[in-house]
Design a protein around this ligand. Structure first.
Ligand code: GDP
Length: 356
């Protein structure tokens, strides 16, 4: 089977090919989907460090990414910035990963910035972002930053697709911890209190001490070296503390690699990803017009007393199973790998390793 025409330039690091491949992956057209899956299957297994970054609007995420990204590209590293935007589902617009928010970085030849896919429900954005991460890795990026806003589910989604999860926090006025959910605090590897400069510096240092205290109360995770999760103070504006934060991220990643936790985490993420794809496929099958019509007709028959509810449900489930098997291979007429075979036997095949 000939390679996809995007594969070779993408692996070479051609930005246009990468952009086009991402567009392909974001498409919901069945033939595009089939081509995207085939493309993903032929990518080499390159690994970037995947850093998730979350924080409320105004905390300084774009300022941070701009400064942090520039620091990394100055070291010769290739950096990709992706976004998971919880608002895109509703507004169709994007407030994250916006190039105008990171103007200098977006002009840097070693940086690639891509806003959140729009017009997709959050789960769909998450699924496509995972695949986009894979594309960026294949294109030779060393670091993939995945940005999100600290509201609701998107934060968890990003934490679950990162190797390292960083929470950006603003200096607090009082001594309260600013409503950071416990769950998110537990998944953070680094809490960076931003704006530790000028007037805000004392407040930032106090806030950092508060979080350091709170983190000490959490149980130490077996996949962490001594001292993690950690709270630090930084200034995205002056750049102070950014090199230290990067050093801590590298230390954490290296420790996890050396102890097998890095690979284990990715393996578990690949499993979750697979299950998410499966659930989405099943839901899509349920939502298909043909299914809905059949459900209605089957329900009508039960209402008229022509069929017993239990037996009718069993028949419907049986039919749905067959539909779902077909939906997993949506667009399976294309040149991609046999989707039915892929679903059954491919789980242990090359696709699994590459999915991580
Ligand atoms: P985002 O919404 O999280 O992306 O936040 P922005 O990066 O747009 O920053 C919001 C505001 O905070 C802007 O006015 C920035 O200039 C300011 N800001 C960001 N980082 C810092 C910092 O380190 N120190 C200070 N003093 N202000 C900052």
């Amino acid at each position: 089977m000939p390679m996809d025409e995007l594969t070779e330039p993408l692996i070479r690091g051609d930005r246009r090919a990468l952009s086009r491949a991402i567009t392909l992956i974001e498409s919901t057209r069945p033939d595009h989907r089939a081509r995207a899956l085939a493309l993903l299957a032929e990518l080499p297994d390159r690994q970037a460090l995947r850093i998730g970054l979350s924080g409320t609007p105004g905390v300084g995420k774009s300022t941070f990414i701009e400064a942090f990204g520039k620091m990394l590209t100055a070291q010769g590293l290739k950096v990709a910035v992706l976004a998971v935007d919880p608002s895109s589902a509703r507004s169709g617009g994007s407030i994250l990963g916006d190039k105008t928010r990171m103007e200098t970085l977006s002009r840097d030849p070693n940086a690639f910035i891509r806003p959140s896919p729009s017009r997709a429900e959050l789960g769909g954005v998450g699924r496509r972002t995972r695949e986009t991460v894979r594309l960026c890795e294949a294109a030779g990026h060393d670091v993939v930053l995945i940005e999100t806003v600290g509201v609701g589910q998107s934060e968890t989604l990003v934490a679950e697709m990162s190797d390292i999860f960083v929470l950006l926090i603003a200096p607090a006025g009082g001594d309260e911890l600013q409503g950071v959910k416990r769950g998110i605090m537990e998944s953070a590897d680094l809490i960076l209190v931003n704006k530790a400069d000028e007037d805000l510096r004392p407040a930032a240092l106090r806030t950092m001490a508060d979080y350091a205290g709170a983190l000490r109360l959490l149980r130490r995770r077996p996949e962490d070296p001594e001292g993690f999760p950690k709270a630090m103070a930084v200034s995205a504006r002056t750049g102070e503390g950014l090199a230290d934060a990067w050093a801590e991220m590298q230390h954490l990643a290296e420790w996890r690699r050396a102890h097998g936790h890095f690979a284990a985490r990715r393996a578990e993420q690949a499993r979750q990803w697979f299950e998410a794809e499966l659930r989405a496929g099943l839901l899509a099958a349920l939502d298909a017009p043909e299914t809905r019509a059949r459900l209605r007709a089957a329900g009508d028959a039960v209402a008229r007393g022509e069929a017993a509810p239990g037996a009718q449900a069993a028949r419907m489930l049986d039919w749905l199973r067959k539909q779902a098997a077909g939906a997993c291979g949506a667009g399976g007429t294309g040149p991609g790998p046999d989707p039915a075979g892929g679903a059954a036997s491919g789980a242990a095949g090359p696709g699994t390793g590459k999915a991580s």
